[in-house]
Design a protein around this ligand. Structure first.
Ligand code: UGA
Length: 429
């Protein structure tokens, strides 16, 4: 077998997509993870997560001998001229990013790395982290550099995002290391931005927190639309016609979730506080996000009358993924269950192992006997549901469209009462 020039530590979501993406570009890549089950399955070509295109890409990499998997970080490091780190950086209790895992992996792999190797930080880490890791590395290995190369992968389109990115950002302490890492992507047609490591890390945080800001902005506008009787759909249409604003990331919903936007916004707010700045905008973004879920919860409670059965469509933090991490749908279901509601839940993709209310196996089953039916994830099949049938099996009449994805007329024609966020102008008066 040829020697892998690229190693990746961490076969989680980011590490796996990065490693598999690099092998798709033609590089020889070894991916390491301590989880032996995961590695065994990956060696058989079975990915641990659902991500379109990932499984065939893993199989192709294995077949062509460009991709291999290992349980040892050290062995992987020893054959990697460029070693990507994609280990988790969870949120600590105070909102900061917990960097323990990444620091301990750096210490572990450092002695094993070949001469003049580069460590590339793929994990999302607060601005300043790569620089401080570089200082730590230099104490032991003067020949090794630490480069920041943030990821901009969106779940559900991650491999596509990797292969066709809007930009590649490389934050490097030296031009030579920058050239080496940027050189791995030469077959990709995208602008390459070379910066300092801290600036690259900032680009990542600024991107995610800007997206979070857009979602909180439109959710607060949607609530206002309800109060004054305006249609948020038309407001977004109007905003979108102005090129300086655009319409991307302005879909109202139950608030932003997932493993990135909430955590990164909290971490940047924490960092701002730490350096003596007042993160009022970032705090407001998080506050608005929490308020949106409260608003939806109140709406549902207000509609439940005698029967305490609620049907929920959608659990994942967005459509196109099986990921439940920090999902607003999960948080809402848990609150309702804690308050004694009988909640039947259906999601086409969420792992069956997660016990969230009464998990049922179809959208119709979740609607059965429900006083209120709530849509919390924008799976396309929900909009296409047979609402005549839904109306027959429900005990009550109310449908709360927490994602503004259903067609109001279709729902109403089935004899149901439609309620959404920011669409009050459309509601019957
Ligand atoms: C996000 C970013 O979009 C990626 O660019 C980034 O690389 C990634 O985080 C990361 O840091 O790894 P992701 O977490 O997959 O990607 O999810 P998004 O598509 O950004 O959605 C985040 C949340 O915002 C979801 O709960 C989604 O439903 C919500 N959202 C999004 C809305 O409520 N309205 C919108 O208009 C857009």
């Amino acid at each position: 077998m040829s020697t892998p020039a690229i190693g990746v530590v961490g076969a989680g979501y980011v590490g796996l997509v990065t490693g598999v993406g690099l092998s798709t570009l033609g590089h020889t890549v070894r991916i390491a993870d301590r989880d032996t089950d995961r590695i065994d399955r990956l060696r058989q070509g079975v990915p641990p997560i659902f991500e379109p295109g990932l499984e065939p890409a893993i199989r192709a990499g294995l077949e062509h001998g460009r991709l291999s998997f290992d349980v040892s970080n050290e062995t992987t490091a020893s054959v990697s001229n460029v070693l990507y780190l994609a280990v988790p950086t969870p949120m600590a209790d105070n909102g900061s990013a917990d960097l323990e895992a990444i620091v301990s992996v750096v210490d572990e792999v450092l002695p094993a790395l070949p001469e003049l190797a580069c460590i590339v930080i793929k994990s999302t880490v607060p601005p300043g982290t790569a620089r401080s890791l570089e200082d730590r590395v230099k104490e032991v290995r003067g020949d090794v550099h630490v480069v920041s190369n943030p990821e901009f992968l969106t779940q559900g389109r991650a491999l596509e995002n990797f292969l066709h990115p809007h930009r590649i950002v490389v934050g490097s302490p030296t031009p030579e290391a920058a050239r080496r890492v940027a050189g791995l992507y030469t077959s990709i047609d995208a602008p390459v931005l070379i910066t300092s490591p801290t600036t690259a890390e900032m680009v990542k945080y600024a991107s995610n927190t800007f997206l979070a800001t857009k979602v909180s902005f439109i959710n607060s506008i949607a609530r206002l639309c309800d109060s004054v009787g305006a249609s948020v759909d038309d407001v977004v249409e109007g905003l979108g016609l102005e090129p300086r604003i655009g319409r991307a990331f302005l879909k109202p919903g139950p608030g932003f979730g997932g493993s990135c936007l909430p955590k990164d916004t909290a971490a940047l707010a924490h960092l701002a506080q730490e350096v003596g700045l007042k993160p009022s905008l970032l705090n407001a973004v998080l506050e608005e996000n929490a308020m949106q879920l409260d608003y939806l919860e109140e709406r549902i409670r207000g509609l439940v009358e005698e029967s305490r059965t609620i049907g929920v469509w959608g659990l994942t933090f967005k459509a196109g993924t099986d990921d439940l991490r920090d999902s607003p749908a999960v948080a809402l279901v848990q609150r309702l269950i804690a308050d004694g509601y009988d909640v039947a839940t259906f999601d086409p993709m969420a792992p069956r192992t997660s016990h969230l209310g009464r998990r049922v196996s179809s959208a119709e089953e979740a609607a059965r006997d429900a006083a209120v039916l709530v849509v919390l994830t924008e799976w396309p099949e929900f909009a296409a549901a047979d609402f005549e049938r839904v109306a027959q099996v429900m005990s009550g009449r109310f449908v709360v469209d927490g994602r503004n994805v259903l067609d109001q007329l279709t729902v109403e024609e089935a004899g149901l009462v439609y309620s959404a966020v920011g669409r009050s102008a459309l509601e019957p008066r």
